[in-house]
Design a protein around this ligand. Structure first.
Ligand SMILES: NC(=O)c1ccc[n+]([C@@H]2O[C@H](COP(=O)([O-])OP(=O)(O)OC[C@H]3O[C@@H](n4cnc5c(N)ncnc54)[C@H](OP(=O)(O)O)[C@@H]3O)[C@@H](O)[C@H]2O)c1
Length: 263
């Protein structure tokens, strides 16, 4: 459990845009010092300057490519070399892919699994152990509305997010008696760069995607309440429940309509 944010350190992966940058903004507003991680260092520098000026907090930049094996381990070694103790980890870095099987770029699929699954797992396990030894801390992992069901033409991504939810929920149950909260934030479609790099540019704008501020607020509220997961937005929550009521065949067949023209 994390009761105090001010003067503690948070680490946000994928802080160079979208939901991650907004996590950094909202945590900085709570007085948290931040380690900002992503590949685009220039963007991290700009954000760091903005947050330091606006909130009087400290920011450290650690550029990292989390698609590289053991990048998470190297990242945490660097953080500890700088003398920083991380009280809140936000595993937000992630990428998507919309594609038919025939057109799938295998390299992109493997990169996706490395970042969304392997990198997140490495950082979560390393940090959860450290936090449990200290008896306090928190982790927010970013799942998705697609954590609850398979999605045609988005199979690899949806499966990666199902993994994030199941893995993180198990840790939530295991870690709570050690003073560590693990919350999964499951956003629906959100207006970021995500769909532009996933093969369906403009998707979020065309489909009335949520704004990042409301998504991050929902995540932090659930984390503060010690909840194991939250779906951002009531309509999305109802969609996540619907997937439990229909047969699995019905759910996955109907998902084919979402990206059929883009696959
Ligand atoms: N937008 C949505 O509709 C939506 C819905 C549900 C869940 N999500 C999830 O929300 C999270 C944030 O996505 P977003 O919507 O904010 O998209 P975004 O704007 O594209 O941001 C993705 C972030 O991940 C970082 N990243 C990607 N590959 C990386 C790598 N190899 N190493 C380090 N960092 C990497 C990017 O930084 P660099 O490129 O600078 O490295 C960027 O900061 C993701 O986990 C995504 O799956 C998004």
């Amino acid at each position: 459990m994390l009761k105090v944010y001010a003067d503690r350190w948070g680490l946000v992966t994928g802080a160079s845009s979208g939901i991650g940058a907004e996590f950094a903004r909202q945590l900085a507003a709570r007085g948290m010092h931040l380690v900002l991680v992503a590949r685009r260092e220039d963007r991290l520098q700009t954000l760091a300057r903005e947050l330091e000026a606006a909130h009087g907090i400290r920011c450290e930049i650690v550029p990292a490519d989390l698609s590289q094996p053991h990048a998470g381990r190297q990242l945490l070694a660097e953080v500890s070399r700088r003398g920083i103790v991380v009280e809140l980890l936000v595993n937000n870095a992630g990428l998507g892919m919309v594609s038919s099987v025939q057109k799938t770029d295998l390299g992109r699929a493997m990169e996706l699994i490395q970042v969304n699954v392997m990198g997140l797992t490495e950082l979560t396990l390393l940090m959860a152990k450290e936090m449990a030894d200290r008896g306090h801390g928190g982790i927010i992992n970013i799942g998705s509305i697609v954590s609850f069901q398979p999605v045609g033409y988005m199979g690899v991504y949806a499966a990666s997010k199902a993994y994030v939810l199941h893995f993180s929920e198990a840790l939530w149950a295991e870690m709570r008696s050690h003073g560590v909260t693990v919350t999964t934030l499951c956003p629906g479609t959100t207006r970021t760069e995500f769909f532009d790099t996933s093969g369906v540019p403009g998707w979020a704008e065309k489909n009335r995607g949520a704004d990042v501020a409301s998504v991050v607020r929902a995540g932090l509220k659930a984390f503060d309440a010690g909840r194991q997961y939250v779906v951002a937005g009531w309509a999305n929550y109802l969609v996540s429940l619907a997937a439990r009521l229909a047969t699995r065949a019905t759910v996955v067949k109907s998902s084919m309509g979402i990206f059929r023209n883009h696959g």
